[in-house]
Structures are given as structure tokens and as C-alpha cells.
Ligand binder design. Structure first.
Ligand SMILES: Nc1nc2c(ncn2[C@@H]2O[C@H](COP(=O)(O)OP(=O)(O)OP(=O)(O)O)[C@@H](O)[C@H]2O)c(=O)[nH]1
Ligand SMILES: [Zn+2]
Length: 346
């Protein structure tokens, strides 16, 4: 019988009397009778997917590895066998380069907004936040800086001002992640059908935010850990990426703190991040100006006038050069993609 296993699951869940037993198994059944599910967690040899009523373990066809999937992927599953049939096309994909020549790591798929979480303490680091912004921009997602632990400092203004300057028209919000008030502050990005991803260093409050955005997630695997007062660095408590439904119909994806965040294969992501430098560079006398020693450099002029921070230019240069070097490396000599990547000269 075609839906035998699906039906068995329905019975097990006590939905036996439901009008359409398949609909009771998964909230979204396609015309072809396949169940549309969303990847919630990925393990070495199995996937766990959200069905709309809870989670199910999903099998993979012969020869398909779990590494081909990202948390947040939408997939079609045969309800009879609970084996995955195919993955639906991704709208966005957050991915990062890891050390060496290893393949790029898929962080999350189909994310609308990236909450870049940082706290009002030593974790606040413009250079690292810019790396997260480049990642979010390049993936086609909207970044929002979420400043946590506002209850621990007498004045949040210096953090807010610095964060606002990181990117043109950047949304920055202030929260005490331990209070329900934070849900209201984040609500504009967490509506029905919207997906947010939490990224940031360990200990900044990602799991705490997850627990208030998705209270049902708290029993699963996101314990929050105390941070060491001496260095504001959190203990590693989040160990894997996971997707959870948000009250009201949205989704939230939690990610573990990333120790290194290399920039690679990024082009528009850096241009969006450093839009004011790109704009200024149009005014330089030489088209291939490196904005260092050339006469008629509009970027250096802006530094002289105090409208651009020298540190910001230094960080742009560092990220651009790193991106160029990494992109060359990952493309290899025969597939040189550097022509696609903006060179240091704008
Ligand atoms: N006072 C205060 N404490 C907070 C706030 N946000 C988080 N914390 C505390 O900071 C500690 C670390 O928070 P977590 O939510 O575990 O941090 P995380 O970002 O998930 O860390 P990893 O799981 O290691 O990636 C916990 O003890 C939280 O209760 C906040 O806004 N104010
Ligand atoms: Zn210049």
C-alpha cells in the first residue's frame, strides 16, 4: 500500500480519526502526494525534518550524503518510506570557507534575515561584525545587528553608534535577551513564513534568543551556558545548527559560534558592506587608484576631512585582499575566478 508507513505514523501520533490522514502526518502535502518538509538538523548519516507537526527522521536515497544539505532546506519526502525524493531550489544560502582546501561549509538555507548577535562587552568587534555582514550580504539575506546584554552597561550609545556605521542603512536593535521584551523588538523580522538565522560568537546570547523566540525549542538541545567573567568569552554550548518554528509561523535557525570566518568568493557582499568607499572611489583621479599614495585620491581626502575612518579603510583593504587570495586559492590555477571578484582597486 502506497502510504503504509505514513499511515502508520499517523496512527502512532493519534491522528487516526483525522479527515485526511496524510495531511495529519505533514502539514504540506504536494499534488504528487509527497510531503514537503524542512531540514531541522543534520547528522552524519541522517536528517531530521520539521513536518509542521513535529520532527521526523528522513532517509536518503542510495549514494546521497547528508553533506549535500543545509539546515533550512525544503525537501520533498515520500510519506510511505520517509525517504527524501528531492530538495527544492534554495532562495538564499549562507556558506563559509573553512580552513585549508576543505569544501565550503553550508551554514543555512532559505534565510531571509541574519541576526548578527553581539553583546555590549568585549565581544563587540567591528572587524568581526564586518565579516558576518559580508557573509550575509553575499548570501542575499538582510543583516540586522542584534546588540545583547544592554542591561549590563550604563550606556549603550557608544555600541549603537559604532554598529550603525558598519554598513549603510543597517538595522541595529538593542535587547536584553533574557526578557520577553526582546521578542517584540525582533518581531518585525520574525513574521509568518519568514526565516531568521542567529550568528555570532559563543556566549553572546544566541541560545537565549532562540529560547524566547521558539519556546518549544528549549527542551531539545540549546542549553545556555554561563560565560567566564574574566574574558567575556562563552563556553561552547551550541554544537550544531538547528531550525525551530517561531510562534506566529516563522522559523529561527541557531548556529554555533564561529571561531574563524574567512572571506572568500565574495564580490557584491563587500561592495554593499563598504558602499561609502566604493562611492568615494568614483571620485579618485586614477581609475586603478589603490587609495594609498596616489595624488587626487578621494578616499584619502575623506580620511583627511574626517568623514571616513582610517581603520575602516584598513579593514576594507584587509578583507578585499583576503577575499582575492582565498578566491584564487579555492578556484585553482585553471579555474581562476578572480575576474569575477572585485580587486582591491575599485
Ligand atoms: N544579562 C544578560 N545576560 C544575557 C543576555 N543574553 C544572554 N545572556 C547570558 O549569557 C550567557 C550566554 O548566553 P547563550 O545564549 O548561551 O550564548 P550563545 O551565543 O548561545 O553561546 P553558544 O551556545 O556558546 O554559541 C547565558 O548565561 C545567558 O543567560 C542579556 O541580554 N543580558
Ligand atoms: Zn583613491
Amino acid at each position: 500500500m502506497k502510504y503504509r508507513k505514513g499511515l502508520r505514523l499517523v496512527m502512532r501520533r493519534g491522528y487516526g480519526a483525522a479527515h485526511d490522514p496524510l495531511k495529519a502526518f505533514c502539514s504540506d502535502i504536494t499534488e504528487a502526494g509527497l510531503a514537503k518538509m524542512r531540514i531541522a538538523t543534520i547528522h552524519r548519516s541522517r536528517l531530521i525534518a520539521e513536518t509542521g507537526f513535529g520532527t521526523e527522521r528522513v532517509g536518503l536515497p542510495e549514494g546521497v550524503a547528508t553533506t549535500a544539505f543545509a539546515v533550512g532546506d525544503w525537501v520533498l519526502v515520500d510519506p510511505a518510506t520517509l525517504v527524501l525524493v528531492r530538495r527544492l531550489e534554495r532562495n538564499t544560502l549562507l556558506e563559509r570557507r573553512t580552513e585549508g582546501d576543505r569544501p565550503r561549509q553550508l551554514i543555512a538555507a532559505n534565510v531571509d534575515t541574519v541576526f548578527i548577535v553581539t553583546s555590549c562587552n568585549d565581544d563587540f568587534n567591528p572587524a568581526r561584525l564586518e565579516r558576518y555582514l559580508a557573509l550575509a550580504n553575499e548570501a542575499g539575506t538582510v543583516p540586522v545587528i542584534v546588540l545583547t546584554k544592554i542591561d549590563t552597561v550604563p550606556d549603550t550609545a557608544p555600541y549603537l553608534q559604532q554598529a550603525k556605521k558598519l554598513q549603510l542603512d543597517l538595522d541595529v536593535v538593542l535587547v536584553n535577551a533574557t526578557t520577553a521584551e526582546a521578542v517584540k523588538v525582533l518581531a518585525p523580522w520574525c513574521g509568518e513564513g519568514r526565516t531568521v538565522a542567529l550568528v555570532g560568537s559563543s556566549g553572546v546570547g544566541k541560545s537565549t534568543l532562540l529560547n524566547i523566540l521558539s519556546p518549544s525549542s528549549s527542551g531539545e538541545a540549546q542549553p545556555t551556558g554561563p560565560i567566564r567573567a574574566s574574558d567575556d568569552k562563552g563556553r561552547h554550548t551550541t554544537t550544531s545548527r538547528s531550525l525551530h518554528p517561531v510562534v506566529g509561523g516563522g522559523w529561527v535557525i541557531d548556529t554555533p559560534g564561529m571561531r574563524t570566518l574567512q572571506v572568500s568568493d565574495v564580490s557584491s557582499g563587500l561592495d554593499v558592506l563598504f558602499a561609502e568607499i566604493v562611492e568615494l572611489a568614483h571620485g579618485c583621479r586614477f581609475r586603478d587608484c589603490t587609495h594609498s599614495v596616489e595624488p587626487g585620491c578621494a578616499v584619502q581626502a575623506a580620511i583627511g576631512e574626517g568623514t571616513l575612518d582610517r581603520e575602516r579603510l584598513d579593514r576594507w583593504r584587509k578583507l578585499s585582499n583576503e577575499n582575492l587570495a582565498n578566491t584564487r586559492q579555492s578556484s585553482g590555477p585553471r579555474k581562476d575566478k578572480t575576474s569575477k571578484v572585485r580587486r582591491n582597486r575599485l
